[in-house]
Write a protein that binds this ligand. Structure first.
Ligand SMILES: Nc1ncnc2c1ncn2[C@@H]1O[C@H](COP(=O)(O)OP(=O)(O)O)[C@@H](O)[C@H]1O
Ligand SMILES: [Mg+2]
Length: 524
């Protein structure tokens, strides 16, 4: 077929001018195509010469209007229409190899035919197809964007959702939760504001309902939905269940860090835990596998080597023997303090139970909205350790996504130095969890305060508007696949818009996130 007769034919590649650059070529076409040539339109250029098959390009400048040839000065042809040539500048996005654009060291030659691409073709070339509907490409309503729930390069390589207050992070989290659950993932959210506890109900926001309809979706609550909260705290949600944190479930180094012990207090802690473990050894199981079983036994009858009470008793017993290397009195004071919080080792109360949470399609909210920082951090550590332990002991558990809201308050750049054990645990869960489909999503309004290695863990990033240079720079230096032109748009993004980059995609795009179908609880 003649190239100009093929559907979507726009024009041809023009000869280069004196200012030609490697990434750009000129489209030359007839004025009758004016409606088809618009900025941001994606096009395919079929190579006229040689072995290469084609290029993906985008209209970045124009349309420009040129008089055709010198003979027509005066402008009008006999027919009365302007004798005009339409030009537009195209940016080469890559060479199309096996249906995907790849980096290229070449350019199409003059005369190569150029075609407009439809939404389906663009989505295919960009890698925007999948089963988790996130929204559409900004400015192109018909071009929907999906993540792939079964692609091990996507959720298993962790997700980051960043943006300033009010930029749309929580709505985006809800969308990710809805879609992951729909695709059979178990989802667990550490809810620091208690805003996710009404997700079993449909959204009531008329504006959101109207936008949702454009995706053919209805307001809808999550079906398999449970809310938990730590002992001593509370949850507004009717039917929410409480759980206690058991000190013996944590690695001693993590307990020390979370309690922010001094070095002598840390030594005293190690000594007391050692003593209690030794004492319990005769009665309790000692192999690693049995240890994991105990960790995963959430019942109040679980056989634990020690509790907060027995640990504090031991520390206080020894407190007269304090010396400069071992500070039992200091440790006792810190244990007293967490004892008062009444969140730990409560009698007759179950502990966090990953077996109940890691069920396909189930969404579990851990409402820590009224917990203090120590309790929040302990609960987070508990969740990480136990979900990982369950994945190890029962590989048949479904893919599981853990969502940490306000991640910067849990692990901050400033505290990273004094939180090595916790970071190591996080690193383990993310690196070793990947193969087991245990994934994390970090949500933060202050990415600049997160330790840089957290970014490296987040291979898929949804970056809403960020206005502080500090936060933007932290992302720019670690997100190689987003170009300068996209970052320049970041401070100007509206609520719900975000830069999306992911290993699934050949190129980052500006995403307009769809509204969540389920309800959010607004708390101010
Ligand atoms: N995808 C979206 N589409 C339309 N409006 C949105 C979208 N996401 C957020 N908004 C609007 O912005 C407000 C703030 O969003 P929210 O998710 O609470 O932001 P954040 O969690 O970043 O503070 C919402 O109440 C809603 O009105
Ligand atoms: Mg929020």
């Amino acid at each position: 077929m003649n190239s100009s007769a093929q559907p979507g034919f726009l024009g041809t590649v023009s000869w280069d001018g004196a200012n030609a650059t490697s990434e750009r070529v000129l489209l030359r076409t007839n004025i009758v195509n004016r409606q088809l040539v618009e900025r941001n339109q994606y096009v395919r250029i079929d190579e006229a010469e040689g072995a290469r098959t084609g290029y993906l390009a985008r209209v970045v400048a124009g349309p420009f209007f040129h008089r055709a040839g010198t003979a027509t000065v005066g402008g009008m042809t006999a027919g009365g229409s302007l004798d005009c040539v339409l030009m537009a500048e195209l940016e080469i996005q890559g060479e199309i190899v096996e249906g995907r654009p790849r980096d290229t060291n070449s350019r199409p030659s003059p005369g190569s035919p150029i075609y407009a691409l439809g939404p389906n073709e663009i989505a295919g070339l960009h890698g925007l197809k999948g089963d988790m509907l996130l929204g559409h490409m900004a400015g192109q309503d018909e071009l929907q964007i999906f993540l792939q729930s079964k692609n091990k390069g996507v959720l298993p390589r962790n997700l980051g959702i960043f943006g300033t207050v009010g930029s749309g992070k929580s709505n985006t989290s809800q969308v990710v939760i809805e879609e992951a659950a729909r695709a059979g993932w178990a989802v667990i959210i550490l809810d620091v504001e208690g805003e996710y506890t009404d997700m079993d109900l449909p959204t009531e926001d008329p504006a959101m309902i109207e936008r949702l309809a454009r995706y053919g979706r209805q307001p809808e609550g999550l079906k398999d939905f449970h809310v938990f909260y730590p002992a001593s705290c509370a949850s507004d949600k009717a039917g929410a269940e409480t759980f206690t944190a058991r000190l013996a479930d944590f690695e001693t180094s993590v307990i020390g860090e979370l309690l922010q012990v001094t070095l002598p207090e840390r030594n005293a802690l190690l000594d007391c835990v050692d003593y209690l473990n030794q004492k319990a050894r005769s009665k309790l199981s000692t192999t690693e596998k049995e240890g994991l079983q105990t960790l995963l036994d959430a019942s109040p009858q679980a056989k634990l080597p020690f509790t907060l009470r027995s640990l504090r008793e031991r520390a206080s017993e020894r407190s007269s023997k304090g010396n400069e290397f071992l500070d039992y009195a200091g440790l006792t004071a810190k244990l007293n303090w967490i004892m008062q919080s009444e969140a730990f080792d409560q009698l007759n109360m179950p502990s966090l139970d990953p077996v109940r949470m890691m069920v396909p399609g189930r969404v579990s909210i851990i409402d820590v909205s009224v917990a203090n920082d120590v309790v929040k951090n302990m609960v987070t550590a508990d969740l990480l350790r136990k979900t990982f332990a369950l994945k190890i002991t029962r590989p048949s558990t479904p893919p599981t996504l853990l969502i940490l809201e306000e991640a910067h308050s849990f692990i901050s750049r400033e505290r990273a130095q004094s939180m090595q054990a916790t970071l190591t645990m996080l690193r383990n869960v993310t690196r070793r969890g990947r193969k087991r489909w245990l994934s994390m999503a970090f949500v933060s309004q202050q990415p600049g305060h997160l330790p840089p290695e957290i970014f490296e863990l987040c291979n898929t990033r949804i970056v809403h508007t960020l206005r502080s240079m500090h936060n933007l720079e932290a992302l720019m230096t670690t997100t190689g696949d987003v170009g300068r032109d996209l970052w320049d748009r970041c401070p100007l993004l509206g609520p719900g818009q975000a830069i999306l980059s992911s290993p699934q995609m050949s190129r980052s795009v500006v995403l307009s996130v769809r509204p969540a179908a389920c309800r959010r609880k607004f708390t101010d």
